[in-house]
Design a protein around this ligand. Structure first.
Ligand SMILES: Cc1[nH+]cc(COP(=O)(O)O)c(CN[C@@H](CCC(=O)O)C(=O)O)c1O
Length: 305
């Protein structure tokens, strides 16, 4: 995968894609010492806009705080560097990956002597779980791997090492012929996907796992809640038992990469009519109408670069 035309922001400098390298003995390589964000920019008639940029940057700084990583920039400096990275690469719509990590210093679990490095890359990234899945729903399975307990890993932090847990679920899903995994929390309630939050719809009401389910407080999840309320739907955050996934009229994933991806089967059980449900479709369409400028950005989500 070589986007050689691209520039990558590294510690304040724009470098060529091929030169964006780090040392093999960097702390992050050995111990997963990174925090990162996934952000999307969308192209619309008013130009290129970044979706909820400030919320993503704030979460990046919160994730870093958990691991005593002092980012040597202000939140606004990082936000501007993200805008600059989109602009210099002349990307109309793209996926943006800021990552902050402990670099090349001394090995050993103690990270404190290692420098803090910051990298921002951007590239075109289509539908995370496939175009067909966006339209017709994806087939997923509940993983045998659970999310870490709240006293084990900080799942509100978007840190690289958390994805060694997510990868186990993703690899198992692929082995089973699924597009994605749904993970349960340490008590067996529904948590989220390997890289997305999840919503179920029962009798016209949206439900999503509450924030005590070892799930990431997704920015798309928050946005879908706002959008659903604005469209007149009730949204309930609570513990969700596994079997409610099967009983639901509709189920969908939400996330920056996944956007709004309907789920048509779980563990080979058909969900609802076995295709994208009507409320999922309405939310998906409204979400895209807003980011594509076809509907008013009434929630102030769009930051034009
Ligand atoms: C575990 C997890 N849960 C929920 C979400 C949704 O959060 P938000 O993007 O703020 O709505 C994501 C984003 N996953 C990112 C990384 C995907 C990847 O494969 O890397 C993303 O969607 O960018 C997660 O990784």
């Amino acid at each position: 995968w070589d986007d050689s035309a691209s520039k990558i922001w590294m510690d304040g400098n724009m470098v060529d894609w091929k030169d964006a390298k780090i040392h093999a003995l960097s702390h992050v390589v050995h111990y997963g010492t990174s925090v990162f964000e996934g952000i999307r920019a969308y192209d619309n008639k008013k130009g290129t806009c970044i979706f909820r940029l400030n919320e993503h940057v704030k979460r990046l700084f919160n994730s870093a705080k958990v691991y005593k990583i002092d980012i040597p920039y202000t939140q606004e400096e990082i936000a501007q560097a993200i805008r600059d990275t989109v602009k210099i690469n002349e990307l109309a719509s793209c996926y943006i990956r800021p990552i902050v990590f402990r670099g090349y210093g001394q090995l050993g679990v103690n990270p404190l002597s290692c420098p803090v490095n910051t990298v921002i890359a951007a590239w075109e990234w289509g539908s995370y779980l496939g175009e067909e899945g966006m339209a017709n729903g994806v087939d997923v399975g509940v993983s045998s791997w659970r999310k870490p307990a709240p006293d084990t890993f900080p799942t509100l932090a978007k840190c690289g090492a958390n994805y060694m847990n997510s990868q186990l679920a993703k690899l198992e899903a692929i082995d089973h012929g699924y597009e994605e995994a749904i993970m349960l929390d340490y008590e067996g309630h529904v948590s989220e996907g390997s890289g997305e939050n999840i919503f179920i719809i029962e009798d016209g009401v949206l439900y999503t796992p509450s924030m005590d389910s070892s799930n990431l407080k997704g920015i798309t999840r928050e946005s879908i809640k706002q959008l659903a309320n604005d469209l007149g739907y009730e949204v309930v955050e609570e513990r969700i038992s596994r079997e409610r996934l099967y009983f639901a009229d509709e189920v969908f994933f939400s996330g920056t990469a996944a956007e709004v991806t309907p789920i048509r089967s779980i563990d080979h059980k058909i969900i609802g009519a076995g295709k994208r449900g009507p409320i999922s479709e309405e939310l998906q369409k409204t979400f895209f109408d807003i980011v594509e400028g076809k509907k008013e950005d009434k929630f102030g989500w769009l930051d034009y670069v």
